[in-house]
Ligand binder design. Structure first.
Ligand code: XUL
Length: 586
């Protein structure tokens, strides 16, 4: 039997199939700009100033196209046992009155999905995209209703964000009352795709619903104050809730959303019993693509740096996001997005390589500086933010200091260090230290590391963002394992320093992840199919199942030479100075 996983991202729709042994057996993709040029999207979206959205019809065409590619490849569609997947987060699809009926009536003989559903099934032709920036007013109103950003984060796991679905729905209800009034249901992109495959409108999936600023995570239901505020005057909280399908599909009550619609059975040869399990958001599916445990951290070293952490600590902050874990009960996924990543490192690399040379994109000198033990930067720190930073929330700035290693006090602000090689060490260290500091409140305590904290040593409070914790929190809590993904994870020197600063207790791993979101969907489909049908025991939870069955060859264990405990502890003395340095930023 096979299991399909979809990934509907901004620029493409991918579909993967795995077998029972979790091996990928088929892989097809539809690229929106290239394969569906008649929608005239740029990188999958329409941008008009602050407004960024995606044509829903394009997604429907992409679904037919990707399944056609699958069938044409000779893949045995009849042997697919279940499907699941992931989609770009926060986007919302507006189904028009009568859409449910139209979905039920879908018929392979009546043409493709787009012909049967567009435009009649939708009250808006487009769905807001996560890059949209047009909801500042709505965000302010929603935060003021609950008391501010900290209160909003406490309730919904995140402060109000432009891209989040609650502010987006609120804006549409305010600015397009006619469209809102004729809307029968509102889906997230994930529940939209689930609905199309099932041939009926299904409710939202709980983990992805945490990206709305409407869902009360501690209470595990929509927040009344927020739904009331997001609903237009001419409607009510109950009216909005009804459009959202009532309550969400809870992550700890795994259930099939139904079997595949007869449209797909007749058109592509699926078995009519093929089950559809709830799709989730793409970041949430990423953590389902790996055998991750509590306190594991995934660091994505791309243009920006994204850190995902598996936690049982509900410690929200306006600076990051918490979502309910899509597959492990009582767990959350923390997501911390730093805007400055590889771009900032590249600037330092270029300064080291010098102008006019032929070194171009060569990292040799940067890496040599990074690994040069004779280059002493033990009393130096720098923040390198060529772009405004999200965490901490500050404007673009570069600042260098030296500090007193005994007191942690700043000694002097420096225009430059002795030479740009120091910047190579300092930028990677400070990026990694910032990640380490921000994951700390989400990690469980442990005694590891206490040996580096003598009893007589002072334990001052240190402030970062909205947190005021004891220094000993930062010098005792450590991740279990750290997984590195993304472009710069191929750079051994950068990964080595990141790993030393983060200080994972049980190893560092690197992996290629071109398929992670779709793969997470495949794994979820496989596990849920067996779990829901009783083919595996109730005690075989998703994490246990993946830990036992994950193809280990996919993971490269990174060996860090030397004593990682000691290396990790050597960065403790940079924590208080970094807090002081960040306090000087606007
Ligand atoms: C997450 C976010 C993006 C999209 C990308 O909050 O906005 O990562 O999910 O598809």
């Amino acid at each position: 039997m096979y299991y399909l996983g979809f990934d509907l991202s901004t620029q493409q729709l991918k579909c993967l199939a795995i077998d029972e042994k979790l091996n990928i057996v088929c892989n097809e993709v539809v690229e929106f700009e290239k394969d569906l040029p008649h929608y005239h999207t740029k990188k999958g979206v329409y941008s008009r100033g602050d407004v960024v959205d995606c044509p829903v019809g394009m997604w429907l065409e992409a679904l037919d196209l990707v399944l056609k590619k699958f069938a044409d490849s000779g893949f045995d569609m009849g042997s697919v046992g279940a499907m699941s997947g992931s989609c770009q987060q926060h986007g919302s699809v507006y189904w028009k009155n009568g859409a449910q009926k139209m979905l039920e009536m879908l018929n392979a003989k009546d043409g493709d999905l787009v012909q049967q559903l567009c435009p009649e099934a939708f009250s808006r032709e487009t769905a807001p995209n996560w890059q949209d920036h047009s909801t500042e007013d709505q965000c302010k109103k929603l935060e003021s209703i609950v008391g501010g950003p900290e209160e909003m984060a406490q309730i919904t796991g995140s402060r109000a964000h432009f891209r989040f679905t609650g502010p987006q729905i609120m804006k549409i209800a305010e600015q397009e009352p006619a469209a809102y009034k004729e809307t029968e249901s509102i889906s997230l992109v994930s529940s939209f795709l689930t609905s199309i495959l099932c041939g009926k409108i299904v409710p939202l999936e709980e983990a992805d619903a945490c990206g709305m600023n409407l869902y009360d995570i501690p209470a595990r239901k929509y927040n009344e104050q927020l739904t009331q505020a997001a609903a237009p005057k001419y409607d009510s909280a109950a009216g909005l809730l009804k459009r959202l399908g009532g309550q969400v599909v809870k992550c700890d009550e795994p259930a099939s959303m139904g079997s595949v619609s007869s449209y797909f059975v007749d058109k592509y040869g699926f078995n009519k019993d093929c089950e559809i399990f709830p799709f989730t958001g793409d970041n949430l599916a990423t953590i389902c693509s790996l055998p991750l445990e509590k306190n594991d951290v995934l660091v994505s070293l791309g243009t920006s740096t994204t850190v995902l952490v598996i936690t049982d600590q509900y410690h929200p902050s306006p600076n990051y996001h918490l979502f309910i874990h899509p597959t492990i009960p009582k767990y959350y996924m923390g997501m911390i997005c730093f805007s400055n990543g590889s771009l900032a490192r590249e600037k330092i690399r270029d300064a080291i390589n010098g102008s006019g040379g032929d070194s171009g994109n060569d990292w040799t000198r940067f890496n040599a500086a990074l690994l040069d033990d004779s280059l002493d930067n033990s009393n130096e720190l720098g923040v390198y933010f060529p772009l405004g930073e999200i965490v901490p929330s500050v404007k673009a700035v570069t600042k260098r200091i030296t500090f007193d290693e005994n007191t942690g006090e700043i000694i002097e602000y420096r225009e430059n260090f002795d030479n740009p090689k120091h910047d190579a060490k300092n930028i990677v260290e400070s990026q990694a230290l910032s990640a380490r500091i921000r994951v700390t409140p989400l990690l469980n305590g442990s005694d590891t590391g206490r040996k580096f904290q003598s009893k007589t040593e002072p334990d001052p409070d240190v402030s970062f963002d909205y947190d005021n914790l004891k220094l000993s929190d930062y010098t005792t809590k450590r991740p279990n394992r750290v997984y590195f993904v993304g472009g710069a994870s191929k750079n051994d020197a950068i990964v080595k320093v990141f790993a030393e600063v983060m200080g994972a207790r049980n190893g560092n791993y690197r992996l290629e992840t071109p398929n992670s979101c779709a793969l997470g969907g495949c794994f979820k489909a496989l596990w849920l199919h067996k779990y829901a049908s009783g083919n595996i025991s109730r005690s075989t939870t998703f994490d246990k199942f993946l830990a036992e069955n994950f193809p280990k060859k996919e993971l490269e264990c990174i060996n860090i030479a030397g004593d990682i405990d000691e290396k990790w502890a050597s960065y403790n003395k940079k924590i208080a100075p970094l807090s002081r340095l960040e306090a000087t930023l606007d």
